[in-house]
Design a protein around this ligand. Structure first.
Ligand code: SF4
Length: 161
């Protein structure tokens, strides 16, 4: 069984090719300006509250306070992806017998979003994990197909030049 990291899980909702490339250690993430901004935000936001929590080396929770798991995001453009990722973190904690709720904070937008893990989410996550495993067992990556967000993807040149 493949261990699915939080990052990998969120890529499943974005692009099967990105999922496959990242899993196979083909990565350009650190050079991309959008990722740099994310890292800066990660280092500077909520400094006092931050105690990153590692779950089995596959997920890093930004911080936990009063039984709420917090994630910090720079923009809400991909808010559904952030919700899916946070639900996955709540699921990993649920597997360990820890029941928590979640909240996504957008410090640059001065807003937040509450997230709960429902029974239907658990079923959906387990189904998604099976689909992810099927994708990752393929011997070659899926063919690149242009989507709206491809221009913001770190793999853009790799896929289309
Ligand atoms: S550039 Fe587009 S097709 Fe290529 S990995 Fe990124 S999202 Fe997928």
């Amino acid at each position: 069984m493949i261990q699915v990291s939080g990052t990998l899980y969120s890529y499943f909702f974005l692009c099967a090719r990105k999922l496959w490339l990242y899993h196979n250690h083909i990565s350009f993430e650190s050079e991309h300006p959008a990722v740099q901004l994310g890292k800066e935000l990660d280092e500077n936001s909520y400094k006092r509250q931050r105690h990153q929590i590692d779950i089995d080396g596959i997920a890093k929770i930004d911080y936990i306070k009063d039984s709420v798991v917090y994630e910090v995001k720079k923009s809400d453009k991909q808010s559904q992806m952030a919700i899916n990722q946070l639900k996955y973190y709540l699921y990993l904690l649920y597997l360990k017998g820890v029941k928590m709720s979640g909240q996504i904070n957008y410090p640059l937008l001065k807003k937040s979003l509450k997230v709960e893990l429902l029974d239907i989410d658990i079923k959906e996550i387990e189904h998604n994990l099976l689909l992810i495993e099927q994708e990752l067992q393929k011997p070659v990556p899926p063919v690149a197909q242009k989507k709206l967000f491809c221009t913001n993807c770190a793999y853009y040149d790799f896929c289309f030049s």
